[in-house]
Structures are given as structure tokens and as C-alpha cells.
Design a protein around this ligand. Structure first.
Ligand code: GDP
Ligand code: CA
Length: 337
């Protein structure tokens, strides 16, 4: 295999990619060439404009993680970050204060915003930013593509007894960062998704791949939005490459993040089997040729296979790049059989 394409959200996808690249570099992935290329199609539905800056959380998490610039403790933003700009904005009383932009991180958003305002599409801006983060570390073998150049935003309806409708709609980032996903998401609205166009190279990356991976990213607001870009799901269904997924739910819960809340709000069972069956087998109108669940969910394998989706239970905790590379190897073995 020479070309691997991964449909990624932020933290879960980035950690998986780290392990995948480690596995390639160490020659531990069966049938994968040591100089294989990895194309990341990343979710952009979390993007927001804040303080006049365009922020793309998932693109940046992938870029900083693979470029070794991520803060490992938080799992987002820059290592050795300082917060002077945030403090100064707060001293002016500038709202909102709940979204933390670090000083180092702000440089990324300034470059991105200036390029967007000069007329460059997000995909070209991302390539430019990646010249710093991905080119040196990965010798041009990793490409990061936004799922679309169009503006798409996930919004969340939450209960609000004070409003006439009984509901209030907030941006996904406000739901996640300010409200900590602690209140039920009554409805998800993917603004602009149906009218969006796949970003340059996205459809080809799926069509021409030797393997497509759905990493343990959020199935609703990360992979779900990527699959919602018109023509993208069709490309996945039609590609000659095997498509394999790894469960983001382990033992009935997300490991970190808020997949539970999102699955509940779209009526999908919060379990490894539930997510696998939600994606579905390609032989039955879905998108997958194989599904990995964690060992603790081994009792769900039979249920997934009964639906025509090959399934195996292996350790799925991304504790370090070695463990994650082993997950990637198991995923490849499952669909290469
Ligand atoms: P986000 O955009 O930062 O929320 O990141 P993603 O959408 O890429 O991934 C978030 C999801 O990754 C979480 O909801 C978890 O379900 C999943 N996740 C995080 N860590 C692990 C892990 O170690 N193992 C598995 N199987 N899933 C994980
Ligand atoms: Ca995200």
C-alpha cells in the first residue's frame, strides 16, 4: 500500500495519525510501503470566527500534533503556550472570554485570516501553514486537506426556558468549550454542509487510495460531518480501496471528548457495535469493510458480523504511538484478509 487516506477530527484523529505514521516509519504495518503517503481529510465544521480570526480547531490539532508542536497535556493548542493576549482582551472586557486563544496559537490564526482575506481558499492556506509543521517532519509524505473550502458550522440547540421557543442555538465550540457538553444537545444543525463542495483533492484522495481509515474520531461531529459533504460519501462507497474503522467508544463510553452526547442526540446507541452499525457495511449500503472494537467490547463482535461487517476486538486505547501503531496494523490486517 502506497496511499492511505484518513478521515479525521481533532484529538482522536490526530493521535491515531501519530501512531499510523509511527507504524509506517517502523515498518510495522503489513503490506504498507515504508515511503507510503498519508492524506488526512479533516473536519472543518468546528471552525469559528472569533475576535476577527478564523480558527480551525481540528486542522490545527492535526497539524500541531504531527508537527510536534501540540501541548501534550491539553491535547490541543501549542506547547509552551502563554496567554497574554487573552488576559489583555479580558481586561478590556471583550467577549467572548470562554474560547482560549494562546499567544503562539494566535500567530497561526493571523496568518490564516490574512491569507483568507487576501482571497486564498482554506485548502491553500492549510498547505501554506503545513509547510512549517508537516514538511520538515514528514518529508512531504503527509498532506492535510480540509473537507471543504466552504464555510460549514455545526450548531447545537439546547434547552433555554427563558426563550419563547424553549430553545437556544449555540455554536458547537460554545457547546463544547463553554458549556462543557454538560447539557443535552437537543438538535444538531450543520449549517452550510448540504451546499458545500469537497475541497480540492478530497474526492481523489478517497478514489485513488489503497486504504481508507475512519479513525476513532467523533462519529457525528467529526467523521459524520466529513461524510455529509456532498459526493464524499459516494466516493467512499465507490472506492476500490478497503475502508476500515476503529471504534471511538470503548466499554460503552468515549475515552475523552463527547461522542456520547453527540450519538445520543442523533439517536445512535452509545456502544462500539452501535457506531459500527451506524456507519454500516459497504455490502449493505454503509461505508465500511471492517470494524475494530476494543477487547472489552469483544462480546459485540458477533452482533456486528451478523450485520455483514467483519469485526475484531483488539486493544483500542491510544496510550502511546506503539499501542496506536498496533491498532493501525490490526485494522489493516482485518481488511487485507
Ligand atoms: P475532536 O475533534 O478533538 O473531538 O477529536 P476527534 O473527533 O478526532 O476524536 C474524539 C473522539 O476520540 C472522542 O469522542 C473519543 O470517543 C475518541 N477517543 C479519544 N481517545 C481515544 C482512545 O484512546 N481510544 C479510542 N478508541 N477512542 C478515543
Ligand atoms: Ca473537533
Amino acid at each position: 500500500m502506497q496511499n492511505i487516506t484518513v478521515l479525521s477530527g481533532g484529538m482522536g484523529g490526530a493521535r491515531f495519525l501519530q501512531g499510523l505514521l509511527h507504524g509506517i516509519a517502523c515498518g510495522r504495518l503489513p503490506g504498507v510501503a515504508p515511503d507510503a503517503s498519508v492524506t488526512v481529510v479533516a473536519n472543518t465544521a468546528d471552525d469559528l470566527w472569533i475576535h476577527g480570526l478564523k480558527v480551525c480547531p481540528d486542522l490545527d490539532t492535526v497539524m500541531y500534533t504531527l508537527g510536534d508542536g501540540i501541548d501534550p497535556g491539553r491535547g490541543w493548542g501549542r506547547r509552551d503556550e502563554t496567554w497574554s493576549v487573552k488576559e489583555e482582551l479580558a481586561a478590556y472586557g471583550v467577549e467572548p472570554t470562554w474560547f482560549g486563544l494562546g499567544d503562539r496559537d494566535i500567530a497561526t490564526h493571523l496568518v490564516r485570516t490574512q491569507m483568507l482575506e487576501a482571497g486564498y481558499p482554506l485548502s491553500e492556506v492549510t498547505t501554506a501553514l503545513c509547510r512549517r509543521w508537516l514538511a520538515p517532519a514528514h518529508a512531504g509524505r503527509v498532506r492535510l486537506l480540509p473537507m471543504t473550502d466552504d464555510r460549514v458550522e455545526t450548531h447545537v440547540a439546547i434547552a433555554d426556558p427563558e426563550s419563547a421557543s424553549g430553545r437556544r442555538v449555540v455554536h458547537f465550540q460554545e457547546y463544547w468549550v463553554r458549556l462543557r457538553a454538560a447539557v443535552p444537545a437537543e438538535l444538531l444543525v450543520f449549517v452550510g454542509l448540504d451546499e458545500s463542495t469537497p475541497g480540492p483533492g478530497v474526492i481523489d484522495a478517497i478514489t485513488d487510495a489503497d486504504l481508507v481509515v475512519l479513525p476513532p474520531s467523533n462519529p457525528v461531529v467529526s467523521v459524520g460531518t466529513i461524510l455529509g459533504v456532498p459526493r464524499l460519501r459516494d466516493a467512499l462507497v465507490a472506492t476500490k480501496a478497503p475502508v476500515v474503522g476503529l471504534s471511538p467508544i470503548v466499554g460503552g463510553t468515549h475515552v475523552r471528548g463527547m461522542a456520547e452526547q453527540m450519538l445520543t442526540s442523533v439517536g445512535v446507541e452509545v456502544s462500539a457495535a452501535g457506531v459500527g452499525l451506524h456507519y454500516g457495511a459497504r455490502t449493505d449500503g454503509g461505508v465500511l469493510d471492517g470494524w475494530l472494537v476494543d477487547e472489552v467490547d469483544a462480546d459485540q463482535v458477533a452482533r456486528v458480523e451478523a450485520a455483514g461487517l467483519p469485526c475484531r476486538a483488539v486493544p483500542l486505547m491510544m496510550t502511546d504511538p506503539d499501542a496506536t501503531a498496533a491498532m493501525a496494523a490490526a485494522a489493516i490486517e482485518l481488511v487485507a484478509r
